[in-house]
Design a protein around this ligand. Structure first.
Ligand code: BG6
Length: 478
């Protein structure tokens, strides 16, 4: 049973967003059913539309029934959850409208608390975040306005800013209203069971860590591939592109988890110190190194997607060869690849070890063919495999690659929780381990900004839908 959070009010900006419908409300409903939410809690949806509480409840019910019909089958359970939902219509840009929100929060606070615990969730476009935070402050809803003995926190969705400058500005604006310990920058990848297991795999086993370095590892390949395109997110993709949508956050966080040094202990800050240090050690891509290190691509047909410009040069694929300039990893390439509309949906990290120093059993190719690998499959299967060479039965001495495999599904009977279940609870209880700290967010943007500058006005290469990206990608593996 996880730690039970204090009684609190959760205020969701962007209450009509896709994220709220697909992830936040379903997760909150399930947490409520499992008894993991506080005894007294309220959820206030905030959006532009003027709706009554009942109209809002009806909308949440409709969306839940369409997306997760099983969640609405137990009518009594849903009704009890629904009774905790409230709504305030606010034009985010109009300061004066936040007073109605203040009133709703205070009037209905659990147990009529004079200073209720408040958790704000910004599930809105990233560009609105500074505006909303400034207006919360103006309405007396910032952290400093709370009385001692109560807390006020904020969860901010990714992408956190759109480059280093906007992220710094956002850090500055939010930092004026909330302390860093109260700011939860969410990257839902960090809530995945298999991502959390990367550190457990590395630091709770004795046999891997001595090998986890440049002396034994030839390269590391990280892939985040999706078989589907941008779906209906044309507007967002035209602004963000894949570098901002996936590389800056999910991909670099995977890289940091697999390559970081062991933390001094397993506290949130000790772990985040090591991740920040790792991100800071990534060698910047420069105009001089970009060719041969970066391939950007766009899937054929992207320009015909809804809300996409007919001559768009936005990337939907990126493959980058990174180097980490520290003692552990100097000169080991990290091939990081992510894309939309690729051949399959899979996220994995493959650590390939160096070939043995002498090759007794065949040609150089066959030796590397059986090179040892540790394959951490994040999704859809949740497995870890170790690849090694074994003698093929028969008279000849031929080696073949074989695998030892651990599968979450067969080794454990407990059901895992989804990232949003876990991260919502972590934010309520104040555990920042799986949220991105200010320094890491800025280091990550610096890496991505450098790539964008170095790539300059080049046009991404086209690639066929359901392929593994543009042909040119092979160039970075040389
Ligand atoms: C989101 C990105 O953060 O992560 C999406 O915006 C991407 O483009 C998604 O599809 C992938 O997350 P998951 O957990 O569904 O694999």
């Amino acid at each position: 049973m996880p730690l039970k959070p204090d009684n609190c009010t959760l205020v969701i900006f962007g209450a009509h967003s896709d994220l709220a419908a697909r992830k936040l409300f379903p997760s909150l409903y399930e947490l409520a059913r499992w008894g993991h939410l506080p005894d007294e809690y309220r959820i206030i949806g905030v959006g532009r539309a003027p709706l009554s509480h009942d109209e809002f409840r009806e909308k949440v019910h409709e969306k839940m029934a369409a997306l997760f019909p099983e969640n609405t089958q137990n009518e009594a359970a849903f009704a009890s959850f629904s009774a905790r939902l409230f709504y305030v219509g606010v034009d985010f840009a109009r300061k004066e409208e936040y007073h109605a929100l203040h009133k709703e929060i205070m009037d209905g606070a659990p147990g009529s608390a004079s200073s209720p615990n408040l958790l704000f969730y910004l599930a809105t476009s990233p560009a609105l975040a500074p505006l909303i935070v400034g207006n919360l402050d103006h309405a007396g809803l910032g952290e400093k306005d709370g009385l001692s003995g109560s807390w006020r926190k904020i969860i901010v969705e990714k992408p956190y800013g759109s480059d280093l400058q906007t992220a710094r500005e956002l850090n500055r604006v939010i930092g004026n209203v909330f302390h860093e310990e109260r700011i939860f920058r969410i990257d839902h990848y960090l809530g995945k069971e298999t991502v959390q297991n990367i550190m457990v795999f590395r630091f709770s086993n004795g046999i891997f860590e001595p090998l986890w370095n440049r002396h034994n590892i030839d390269n590391v390949a990280i892939t985040i591939a999706e078989e589907f395109g941008i779906r209906d997110r044309g507007v967002f993709y035209e602004e963000a592109g894949l570098l901002r949508d996936i590389m800056q956050n999910h991909a670099l966080q995977l890289l940091a988890s697999v390559a970081m040094e062991p933390p001094v202990n397993f506290s949130a800050d000790a772990v985040r110190d090591e991740k920040a240090k790792l991100l800071r050690s990534i060698r910047p891509i420069t105009p001089h190194s970009v060719n041969g290190a970066v391939v950007l691509g766009q899937y054929e047909g992207y320009r015909a997607e809804k809300n996409v410009a007919p001559n768009s040069t936005v990337e939907t694929f990126a493959a980058i060869k990174f180097f980490v300039d520290n003692w552990r990893w100097k000169d080991v390439p990290f091939f990081v690849k992510a894309g939309k509309n690729l051949a399959e949906t899979v996220t994995e990290i493959v650590i390939t070890f160096k070939c043995p120093p002498q090759n007794y059993f065949g040609t150089a190719e066959s030796c590397c063919y059986t090179a040892n690998q540790v394959i951490l499959r994040i999704q859809p299967e949740e497995t870890i495999a170790i690849k090694f060479g074994a003698k093929r039965p028969g008279e000849a001495l031929i080696t073949d690659p074989v695998f030892m495999k651990f599968d979450y599904k067969t080794s454990f009977t407990e059901a895992g929780v989804t990232p949003y279940h876990r991260l919502l609870l972590d934010a309520m209880t104040g555990d920042q381990m799986n949220f991105i700290r200010q320094d890491s967010v800025e280091y990550s943007w610096a890496i991505i900004d450098a790539i964008r500058v170095a790539f300059g006005a080049q046009i991404p290469d086209f690639y066929p839908v359901h392929s593994w990206g543009p042909e040119s990608v092979h160039g970075i593996y040389g």
